[in-house]
Write a protein that binds this ligand. Structure first.
Ligand code: GLY
Length: 560
């Protein structure tokens, strides 16, 4: 009996140690590193680096592999953003955010009284934005890649055609989806030729997706936006009540945009400009914190969380008021919002003992979808890519043409659905992000590169809808201001405040009851939830250090 007990204790201790070492591990490599939410995809990226590809090549190949092996967020039917910093050159960004179809209207999700039909902006084919991923990856490759396009697409074709063993995460999704009333496309995603639901370890093949990817491999972006794939997509839309037309596809273009820039201490921060709000909010928050003597504020204390909450409250209010697609908003005050002077004005009324109130009610917002995915890459030269892309919600709309084999996003849900109506809860109705034909919906994705002495130093990003901004911000802060090792910064407890609703969201069981109480006494409204963010980062030091958030069940930092 005693022996059995001892054996149990020893086994559980070993398991606990193993868990800790996995949870808090960092990966070190001398040459290159790829960090993504799926091991198969990270392996594809590293193979490309070893073949002589640069960071752009590896990022493109990893993204396409994720479109096969991480279908809940990886995609060719969605959109996203990429920040590229060559080791000796100008930082640039590629915007491949989806666009509203040309037939979209301001009131498309409203009832006859002009009120939002609950859930309508996230359900059904009308929520699909014109996909941008293939255009964005192709443009990035054409401008900055080194290997051939076909070299980068082929691994994804192979993964889809030959199949991969279904991992535990996807096997549990398969079971849940089979018992749900999901759209047919999603119901068939994890079934075999006989329609049986696949189980853990079964080989999961996607022949239709392999065919579509092979066309993209052979024809580049035209293979998606023109020709057979485009025709099949438009036919699917027409048959099923969707809005995307051939004109939408032919006219879609990814855009190269100047990065949003900021400084903190001697570091330079480069992140995504609108139509993502991530970079502006990140720089604004870092500027506010630069005004505070953080040496006197210990990490994870009441004062620390109070300060971060107040900073977030201000940046998210500005996000709601000012930001949207730059191609539709000529006068967005990006320079002002990211200036040091503006940070001083925003911090002028900070009360160190009392929470401010998100009032008068001016701006609130709804949650964005949280099932985005991020990847970070550094190559042997030190060139870096930070890329975040998404289908909006998990598996996007859940819809797609069976002939084409890929899922379509439901990104239209990121627009302000009821223009002119803002409340204290979730709805925001400001003009910069109202629905307009051909417009890109505002995003929170925050792919970021921090440079030290002019070279890529920290490459970081996360999924998490609006919480992306907060979690990337806190990770950058932990590394730059608190000198925390990357994996500790990633694992550190995160909080989130987005102006409205006026709640301080924190990760369940990670703040002590005393600390939560202290925040309440200051006037905050703490609310717990399971987890915030799933960060994927690389730090370039003497070597490349990669770290995956322990909340990613299948992610991997792989280097060589
Ligand atoms: N769909 C999440 C975002 O764009 O922020």
């Amino acid at each position: 009996m005693k022996f059995m007990m001892m054996k149990k204790i020893i086994i559980s201790t070993i398991l606990a140690l193993l868990f800790v070492s996995l949870t808090y591990s960092q990966t070190y490599a001398a040459h290159g590193m790829v960090v993504s939410d799926d091991t198969n995809a990270s392996q594809v990226g590293v193979a490309i680096l070893k073949k002589g590809g640069n960071a752009v090549d590896a990022a493109v190949a990893t993204s396409l592999a994720l479109a096969v092996t991480l279908p809940q967020a990886g995609n060719i039917g969605g959109g996203g953003f990429l920040v590229y910093m060559p080791v000796d050159g100008e930082v640039t960004t590629i915007d491949f955010r989806e666009k509203a179809p040309l037939s979209a209207t301001e009131d498309m999700f409203l009832d006859a009284e002009g009120v939002l039909i609950p859930g309508s902006n996230h359900k059904g084919l009308k929520t699909v934005g014109v996909p941008g991923t293939v255009a964005g990856l192709y443009l990035t490759h054409q401008k900055y890649g080194q290997l051939s396009w076909a070299d980068l697409v082929q691994p994804a074709v192979d993964l889809a055609a030959k199949g991969v063993p279904l991992n535990y995460t996807l096997a549990s999704h398969a079971k849940t989806i089979a018992q749900s009333d999901s759209p047919d496309f999603l119901k068939h995603l994890y079934t075999d030729q006989n329609g049986s639901v696949l189980d853990f370890g079964d080989v999961w093949q996607q022949p239709a997706l392999a065919k579509t990817l092979a066309i993209i491999r052979d024809q580049g972006a035209d293979g998606f936006y023109r020709g057979d794939v485009a025709r099949a997509l438009v036919a699917y839309m027409e048959t099923n009540g969707g809005l995307i037309s051939m004109q939408d596809l032919i006219t879609y273009e990814a855009e190269e945009r100047q990065a949003v820039k900021g400084t903190y201490k001697s570091y330079n921060i480069y992140s995504m400009p609108p139509p993502s709000s991530g970079g502006v909010a990140l720089v604004e928050m870092m500027n506010m914190l630069a005004l505070v003597d953080l040496d006197s504020i210990a990490f994870n204390t009441t004062a620390y969380f109070h300060l971060l909450t107040e900073v977030m409250r201000r940046a998210f209010a500005d996000r709601a008021e000012f930001l949207g697609d730059p191609d539709f908003n000529d006068t967005m005050p990006i320079d002002r919002l990211t200036s040091k002077t503006f940070a001083q004005q925003r911090m002028a009324h900070l009360d160190w003992n009392q929470a401010s109130v998100s009032d008068p009610v001016k701006f609130g917002q709804i949650y964005d979808g949280e099932n985005t995915t991020h990847l970070s890459v550094v190559d042997v030269e030190g060139n870096a890519v930070s890329l975040t892309y998404t289908l909006e919600q998990s598996y996007g709309s859940g819809m797609g043409s069976p002939e084409l084999g890929f899922l379509l996003n439901n990104e239209m849900g990121d627009f302000n659905p009821q223009y002119g109506y803002t409340d204290r809860g979730w709805l925001i109705g400001t003009a910069p992000n109202k629905i307009e034909p051909g417009k890109r919906m505002l995003s929170s994705m925050t792919p970021t590169i921090v440079a030290k002495e002019g070279k890529p130093y920290l490459i970081i990003g996360s999924p998490g809808g609006r919480t992306i901004i907060s979690t990337v911000f806190q990770t950058v802060l932990a590394v730059l201001a608190y000198d925390m090792p990357l994996h500790e910064a990633i694992e550190a407890v995160k909080i989130h405040h987005q102006w409205f609703p006026d709640e301080l969201i924190y990760e369940k069981n990670k703040l002590s009851p005393d600390l939560v109480k202290a925040l309440e006494i200051m006037g905050h409204q703490p609310v717990s939830r399971d987890q915030l963010g799933r960060l994927m980062g690389i730090l370039v030091d003497q070597v490349r250090i990669g770290a995956v958030d322990s909340s990613s069940p299948d992610g991997a930092a792989i280097g060589y």
